[in-house]
Design a protein around this ligand. Structure first.
Ligand code: HEM
Length: 405
């Protein structure tokens, strides 16, 4: 590490805890996102480290501690959930930036719309969208899994759940990308303003009107006898949309990359489709992708280090499922694995409310894809490049399969 970076170390951070780790560009990320995180579990790396990158922050490097940071809201607050902190301060999505007790009533609005029963009622709709997209690419014998399938599937499911026109889906996807992977064409503030301008008239039109879509339910809900303000409503709807788009989009990419590179595992699912739910859970364990942050509430001693009020700490789900302290033989993908431990959907109060929806979307995709395109490979010569950040990603994933399969 350069002397310049070392100089940023605050007095309460011991030198032995300092590493050079850039959350957005971890070492070797282009080749393998999850491996890049696992460099923090190499022998000799302490369980809690500090990096001067991105404003300077702590990182819990072992799976059990990552789970603790996700869940222990008495020590670690959700007031700011991304780094660098200066940027995270502007991120006001709900319910993510609320701590208990304010978090629960807002969260309940999402839970009742994303419960297993509520999602299962949407399964036919999800399947129909999925089949239509697969049938579009199948005759070509090739596609970019991301641009041709993943970019359309979860956003169209979302648009149907909130009863908004499919034609607006590409615009919503573009705005989501500007928050999660900005290309510089819109600032965070401009993106939020565009999203608000689009949704505000819809919210006004649905207030006071009965409707069985998720948006109508949320806009007509009351919390302790009060409606949410327009600002709160829009911040909740943005989180609801963004939580389910980039995550499923990229998890589809990690799943299809693994299957394309491992024909034996493809064959297992073809021979026994009953393995698909277990396979989805095993791939969630092996290919976690979301890393959040928390803000230290008050000075505290924790795991042998002194934390100061306002310090930031990363809780990285990629450090949980493949930690050999938590799962035996963790790099092996075993669709029959029992008792796998992971935090791919987080832990504690903020654990992902969309976990069931995500799993249903993944199970339906694998079932419908494999029954139509039973064998597929990564296109010859394709360069697979990964990126870091809040959600680990793959840039493009060109796949090929035999014509007329
Ligand atoms: C593979 C797919 C997904 C992964 C890996 C994932 C991961 C996560 C994680 C790790 C968190 C915890 C954040 C924290 O503790 O700060 C979270 C929260 C959240 N997720 Fe997901 N998610 C996925 C899919 C979805 C879907 C499909 C939806 C909804 C449609 C969704 C909506 C949300 C929301 C609204 C939150 C915030 C919950 C709260 O703060 O109480 N997610 N997700």
């Amino acid at each position: 590490m350069s002397e310049g970076l070392l100089a940023a170390r605050p007095a309460h951070v011991p030198e032995a805890r300092v590493v050079d780790f850039d959350f957005f560009d971890p070492p070797g990320v282009a080749r393998d996102f999850q491996d890049a995180w696992r460099t923090l579990q190499a022998p000799g790396v302490p369980d809690v480290v500090w990096t001067p990158r991105n404003g300077g922050h702590w990182i819990a490097t072992r799976g059990d501690l990552v789970e603790e940071v996700f869940a222990d809201y008495t020590t670690f607050s959700n007031r700011v959930v991304t780094i660098p902190k200066e940027r995270g301060e502007h991120y006001r999505m709900l319910p993510t930036t609320l701590d208990p007790p304010e978090h629960r009533p807002v969260r309940n609005l999402l839970n009742r719309n994303l419960s297993p029963a509520a999602v299962n009622r949407q399964a036919d709709m999800i399947r129909a969208i999925c089949v239509e997209l697969i049938e579009e690419v199948k005759p070509n014998g090739t596609c970019d899994l991301l641009a041709d399938f993943a970019a359309h599937f979860p956003i169209r499911v979302f648009m149907r759940m909130v009863d908004l026109p499919d034609a607006d889906a590409p615009m919503m996807k573009y705005w989501t990308d500007q928050i999660v992977h900005p290309d510089g064409s819109l600032s965070v503030e401009e993106t939020m303003r565009k999203f608000h301008e689009y949704l505000e008239p819809v919210v006004r039109a649905r207030r006071g009107q009965p409707g069985d879509d998720v948006l109508s339910d949320i806009v007509n809900a009351q919390i302790k006898g009060h409606e949410l303000s327009m600002e709160e409503m829009l911040n909740l709807l943005m989180q609801f949309m963004m939580g389910g788009l980039d995550t499923v989009f990229n998890f589809l990419a990690f799943t299809f990359l693994f299957l394309a590179r491992n024909p034996g595992h493809q064959q297992q699912l073809l021979d026994d489709p009953a393995l698909i739910p277990g396979a989805v859970n095993e791939l969630l364990r092996r290919y976690p992708l979301v890393s959040m942050a928390r803000e230290v509430r008050a000075d505290a001693e924790w795991q042998g280090v002194q934390l100061k009020q306002g310090d930031m700490i990363i809780c990285a789900s990629p450090l949980v499922g493949t930690d050999p302290r938590l799962n035996p033989d963790p790099l092996t993908v075993d669709f029959r694995r029992k008792g796998a431990r992971h935090a791919t959907f987080g832990k504690g109060n903020h654990i992902c409310p969309g976990a069931h929806l995500a799993q249903v979307e993944m199970r339906i995709t694998l079932t419908e894809w494999l029954s139509r395109i039973p064998h597929f490979d990564v296109a010859e010569g394709a360069k697979i490049t990964m990126r870091g950040g809040i959600v680990g990603s793959i840039e493009t994933l060109p796949l090929v399969w035999p014509a007329g399969c």
